[in-house]
Design a protein around this ligand. Structure first.
Ligand code: F6R
Length: 624
């Protein structure tokens, strides 16, 4: 959840590090810091509470020279967010500095041991234990820093991505990872074998690196890399055995990371959805033969054909898309689907066997609980399939097969286009499986494919219809609570709408299946309670939700509805109404969620919230 940047080369490190921190700020943002070996050979550390801009202000009169450095933006797990607990941390002698993502679980035991041996700590973080331990190993074993890093990491329980500077060796940057991602960018000059132009970049994801190079190495668990100024690098495992890394070419460009004229990444990402899902579908639908081409299923047919059930593990928004996926896959492919919170699944003793297929859904591909759920499923011999956005992230690398949603980088903390990309992918998955299992008749299958191809255009029309939301959203800034209701495929949309509102406006919101109101929540309804109802018009549930709305209306609740174009019944009962184009029930969530994203955005804006970086949240939750 925190962000790491590193640089070693011939250029000034500070501007590269600060720019990288700004790009990474979406991961965590309660404090930031930078460490450099400056021209005078001093190892300096500058830190500030707050955003990266606060750090920039605090160094305005400091020496920020130097061509090697590490930097960090923090989302606190241990120790309150302040400048002392911010990274980088010094070792006791100030010869080493270190940044860290992850959690050192045995830090208390290690700290007690180090304190017994006379080491004094400046702050409360688990990270400081790590840098002190490295120095302690160096002193007690009389070894170089790289060896000391190996020795220290062997004593550590937990997850880490670290970068270390050593004042006595300004020509090397040391980094390591276990359970927390770390990417090494290979500078363009390194190829030319001209030591004068060589450089390395380091990032906890690709965003701080992409501007400089597209050639990267994804460090693997328990690997330690030494990056030298002369362009050479060496990667070993914890037992000092040399590893041969694979070079990857990044498939994203800088434009995708910029706001492109929108005031916030979230709004940009909401508006990107029609094109994002076009990309998601590209090459996976054969329009001529009305077929679905999903190599992840085709190449692993035997696992899917013998599967007796599918279990989907995910967190947050991805869990909501899993619920919709369950409805669709069960309906299309006639296979039972269970949906689990990854955080619960990993600590239960689930009954699993080798015929189960487990699907892990994750935008970031780095969510710690989802990764742990995958490990558990693999221990039981299940076939594990990943649905992720970030290419090369940990989940795709730890699953047997899978499908990328290909919606491009999602920077806003509140997930939007990843949700609709996940839905499309799960629909494609359900259709591909139905085809293999022959569970749908051909006419219906072709209709489903045809209707799916119309969705990007209908999303565009939906966006047009959200124009009035900005104005009426202002009326709801005073509210302390919201209720969201939906039925069938639209029930998880209600959950997702409520989550969006909670996370960016800090208004309490709950999503319910509409018929559950009578069983308790209806007691909450009065003239102060806004109720958002998703009441799209197809199938038998429409009439039922009309009755549910009447129950709320008669208790003077305020109705904001999302209805199908041409609707009259719900519209006439609504205080505010947003129309969306008609589509089949199973595809309605793809459109219905858009007004809810827009509504939460404008309520949060009217309340003056920071929508891209809401308080207490981080984009990828790489700790439990
Ligand atoms: C909500 C949101 C989170 C994530 C959750 C899982 O807008 O973004 O609820 O959906 O943290 O993250 P991923 O999908 O990266 O595993």
């Amino acid at each position: 959840m925190c962000g790491i940047v590193g640089y070693i080369g011939t250029k000034d490190a500070y501007p590269i590090l600060i720019k990288g921190l700004h790009r990474l700020e979406y991961r965590g943002y309660d404090s930031a810091g930078v460490s450099l070996i400056n021209q005078g050979g001093d190892l300096v550390v500058y830190k500030a509470k707050g955003k990266v801009s606060a750090l920039e202000q605090s160094v305005s009169d400091k020496d920020i020279s130097g061509t090697i450095g590490i930097a960090h933006t923090r989302w606190a797990t241990h120790g309150e967010p302040n400048a002392t607990n911010a990274h980088p941390h010094y070792s006791q002698s100030h010869a080493l500095s270190l940044v860290h993502n992850g959690i050192i679980e045995n830090y208390k035991t290690l700290r007690v041991e180090l304190e017994k041996n006379g080491i004094q700590f400046a702050g409360e973080t688990d990270t400081e234990v790590l840098v002190q331990l490295i120095e302690y190993m160096q002193v007690t074993h009389q070894c170089d820093t790289v060896t000391a890093v190996h020795l220290a990491l062997k004593n550590v329980v937990g997850a880490y991505a670290i970068a270390v500077l050593d004042k006595r060796n300004p020509n090397q940057l040391i980094c390591a990872r276990k359970g927390s991602p770390l990417i090494i960018g290979i500078g363009k000059g390194n190829d030319k074998a001209k030591p004068g132009e060589s450089e390395f970049f380091l990032g906890s994801d690709a965003t701080p690196i992409i501007e400089f190079t597209d050639k990267v190495i994804y460090l693997q668990d328990e690997e330690i890399a030494v990056l030298n100024r002369n362009g050479k690098h060496a990667i070993t495992n914890l037992d000092s055995i040399k590893q041969t890394p694979q070079m990857h070419v990044l498939q994203m460009n800088l434009d995708e990371l910029e706001k492109g004229g929108y005031p916030h990444f979230m709004l940009k990402e909401i508006y990107e959805q029609p094109n994002a899902i076009r990309t998601c579908m590209r090459g996976r639908i054969d329009p001529t033969n009305k077929d679905i081409i999903l190599s992840g299923i085709r190449d692993n047919k035997e696992h899917f054909m013998r599967a007796r059930r599918i279990i989907i593990c995910a967190c947050g928004t991805s869990w909501h898309s899993a619920l919709i996926g369950k409805y669709f896959i069960e309906e299309a492919a006639h296979i039972p689907v269970e949906v689990e919170y990854a955080s619960e699944f990993r600590y239960r003793n689930p009954v699993l066997d080798t015929s189960d297929v487990v699907i892990a859904i994750s935008q970031s591909g780095e969510t710690a609980d989802t990764l742990a759920a995958i490990q558990l499923a693999k221990q039981h011999g299940c076939f594990v399939y990943g649905v992720c956005n970030v290419i090369g992230s940990s989940i795709p690398r730890n699953t047997d097969s899978g499908t990328y949603i290909h919606v491009g980088p999602e920077i806003g903390v509140a997930s939007t286009k990843a949700f609709t990309g996940q839905l499309i992918t799960l629909i494609l998955f359900g259709l591909a499986l139905a085809k293999e299992k022959n569970t749908l008749d051909e006419v219906l299958f072709h209709q489903l494919v045809d209707d799916l191809m119309l969705i990007p255009e209908k999303m565009q029309q939906t966006l047009e219809k959200t124009k009035g939301i900005e104005q009426f959203a202002k009326a709801f800034t005073y509210c302390k609570n919201f209720i969201y209701l939906g039925r069938g495929y639209n029930y998880p949309v209600a959950l997702e709408g409520a989550l969006k509102l909670k996370e960016i406006s800090y208004i309490h919101a709950e999503g319910y299946p509409a018929a559950e109101m009578k069983h308790g929540p209806i007691a909450l309804i009065d003239e102060e309670m806004p109720v958002v109802v998703i009441a799209t018009k197809r199938g038998m549930l429409y009439d039922k939700i009309v009755s549910n709305i009447q129950e709320i209306k008669s208790r003077r609740g305020k109705i904001i509805s999302v209805v199908t174009e041409g609707d009259t019944a719900v519209k006439s009962m609504s205080d505010y109404c947003i129309e969306i184009p008609d589509t089949r029930d199973s595809y309605a969530p793809l459109l219905a969620v858009i007004p809810l994203q827009v509504l939460s955005y404008y309520i949060a804006i009217a309340k003056g919230r920071n929508v891209d970086q809401p308080r207490n949240l981080a984009k990828s939750v790489t700790v439990e």
